[in-house]
Design a protein around this ligand. Structure first.
Ligand code: SF4
Length: 101
């Protein structure tokens, strides 16, 4: 009908909030902007974690997500002597920062 205000679609002009693709899986650009290539090989060389057999080594995004779910921090946040204890807790991190360890 002419002259009638039409309600814009709910997502008009707004990016639909679907789950973004995993950066490791997609290269190029998307509606979320430029997506970086995964540097797992390069990051693996810099990884300071000594936990044997971890499948997340060199995949920092997965490492952070994993430890965040457990209310922890990745091993690389800790000095080597603490990292080797595998205590990744926030409490241990704070203690390290205060110089208590
Ligand atoms: S910090 Fe945790 S998730 Fe990350 S590489 Fe070490 S054991 Fe794996």
């Amino acid at each position: 009908m002419e002259g009638t205000q039409v309600e814009p679609p709910r997502w008009y002009g707004v990016v639909k909030p679907e789950a973004p693709p995993r950066a490791c899986e997609v290269r190029g650009s998307s509606q979320w902007g430029e997506i970086m290539e995964c540097n797992q090989e390069k990051l693996l060389k810099k990884c300071t974690c000594t936990y044997p057999g971890c499948i997340r080594k060199g995949k920092c995004c997965e490492c952070v997500a994993y430890h965040r779910r457990k209310n922890q921090l990745p091993g690389c946040f800790f000095p080597p002597e603490i990292e080797r204890t595998y205590d990744r807790s926030y409490r241990r991190f704070v203690a390290c920062q205060k110089g208590g360890e």
